[in-house]
Design a protein around this ligand. Sequence first.
Ligand SMILES: CC[C@@H](C(=O)O)C(=O)SCCNC(=O)CCNC(=O)[C@H](O)C(C)(C)COP(=O)(O)OP(=O)(O)OC[C@H]1O[C@@H](n2cnc3c(N)ncnc32)[C@H](O)[C@@H]1OP(=O)(O)O
Ligand code: CO
Length: 135
Amino acid sequence: MFTNVEHIGIAVKDLSVADALFSTLLNSTPYKHEEVATEGVRTSFFKINETKIELLEATRDDSPIARFLEKKGEGIHHLAFEVDDIRAEMARLKAEGFVLLNEEPKPGADQKLVCFLHPKNTHGVLIELCQSIRE
Ligand SMILES: CC[C@@H](C(=O)O)C(=O)SCCNC(=O)CCNC(=O)[C@H](O)C(C)(C)COP(=O)(O)OP(=O)(O)OC[C@H]1O[C@@H](n2cnc3c(N)ncnc32)[C@H](O)[C@@H]1OP(=O)(O)O
Ligand SMILES: [Co+2]
């Protein structure tokens, strides 16, 4: 079951510059910074009630964020939904014809297991499913 919009991912060229802008915009500070080496990204997270903004900077030239910045420039990169059972949702969506970008849930930021759906089959929006692995 989908439970809520977990975060909105925004691709940025320079995380410290974007941190400063979003700190002023939201009158808040990031509650965490985290590097996810497997995705080639450094992130910072802001929280507005239960919704998070994830800023993403590339750490290597072949990361999805570097490729996105090269093709489209800075901006909204993905929309992430929290689900209560990621494997069940992956199986359901695959059976419905969505294209999963990873066949097994993989570790994301902020103690989540994540799976991405190809944007070509979702009206151009990259969708992330995530399930908390916190107790
Ligand atoms: C921090 C961890 C985690 C979390 O816990 O929150 C994250 O959020 S990690 C975020 C970064 N990781 C990912 O994005 C993983 C999933 N993405 C991918 O597997 C790839 O980026 C992709 C979506 C399959 C595209 O890869 P690829 O085919 O190699 O790149 P191209 O640049 O050639 O793009 C092909 C095609 O798709 C369009 N595209 C690419 N990214 C997006 C996007 N984010 N939103 C919408 N469309 C996107 C791209 O423009 C190309 O279109 P055409 O040019 O029309 O063919
Ligand atoms: Co994300």
